[in-house]
Design a protein. Structure first.
Length: 288
């Protein structure tokens, strides 16, 4: 086994097993965000009303609040109830949370069979964390597996940076110049976001490319860096305001009929309330 191959396996094992160590205690519920102020709790209460009225996106946020005890009194049982409501409306993210809860025994008894069913649902709904987890798991068993590469590619295209990093490392170590070029382009995407050691990795693979391939990469460099995510990171209150705004125009509309309007779990994609340093361990199996 080459040193580079060992590096890949070490990275993958760290990715998939960190959570097993960090979350070994079933009472160790990860914290995805802090919501202790009265203003924050009022906004969570507003979202709870939308959740009761059928908004699956609000149900995810409320479930997360119950899971972490931020904004609402901690209750894994109520978290599961709201995640399941959201999942029934097609939310892959809610299914991914349920998988993690049952897989790690987070506030519930571990149940691998139930966890697998939730994971399969999340993958079917193209949840990027689930795609990455399954793809990386398969990659450990066989790094030539086309299924693993397909899952990781899907996750990468949904902006799962860990999947992009793993694919970039994989392609950078392949024999052909075109594959190395592909690895360089993926590291370039991560370099724009300063993800992990992507700058070092990008420079290393670029040093191995032919002049023609370097030109191909440079031609795409400007557009990739121009599209990089940068600037102001919204506060928790700003994120909650965005979530409420994305839901309220449906639920508070004078044209609404009745109080229960189901769906809309695909709204407010820019709201990052369900993530955070500890919650990322819970969601993806590693600390970003």
């Amino acid at each position: 086994m080459t040193i580079n191959r060992i590096t890949i396996y070490t990275f993958l094992i760290a990715v998939l097993l960190t959570s097993s160590t960090a979350l070994a205690n079933s009472n160790n519920i990860p914290q995805g965000f802090s919501c202790q102020t009265m203003e924050c709790k009022i906004k969570i209460k507003t979202l709870k009303e939308y959740a009761r009225n059928g908004s699956s996106y609000a149900q995810e946020i409320v479930a997360t609040s119950y899971l972490t005890g931020q904004g609402l009194k901690q209750s894994p049982e109520k978290a599961i109830t709201y995640f399941r409501k959201s999942m029934k409306q097609g939310s892959g993210r809610a299914a991914w949370f349920l998988f993690a809860m049952y897989h790690y025994g987070m506030g519930v008894d571990k149940d691998d069979q139930v966890a697998k069913e939730y994971l399969d649902f999340a993958i079917n709904k193209k949840d990027k964390a689930a795609l990455y987890y399954k793809g990386a798991s398969l990659f450990i068993d066989n790094n030539q597996s086309q299924e693993a590469l397909n899952l990781l590619t899907e996750a990468s295209e949904l902006d799962e940076s860990n999947a992009t990093y793993l694919l970039a490392d994989y392609y950078a170590q392949q024999a052909t110049n075109s594959e190395k070029e592909q690895g360089a382009l993926l590291f370039l995407q991560l370099k724009a976001d300063n993800f992990k050691d992507s700058v070092k990795k990008y420079n290393a693979v670029m040093s191995l490319l032919s002049p023609h391939s370097k030109t191909n990469v440079f031609q795409q460099c400007e557009s990739i860096e121009r599209n990089a995510i940068s600037g102001h990171k919204p506060t928790i209150i700003e994120q909650l305001d965005t979530a409420i705004a994305s839901i309220s125009y449906i639920y508070d509309s004078p044209n609404s009929i009745g109080t229960r309007i189901r769906g809309n779990h695909t709204l407010a994609r820019d709201v990052n309330i369900l993530r955070g340093a500890m919650l990322d361990i819970f969601l993806i199996g590693m600390s970003l």
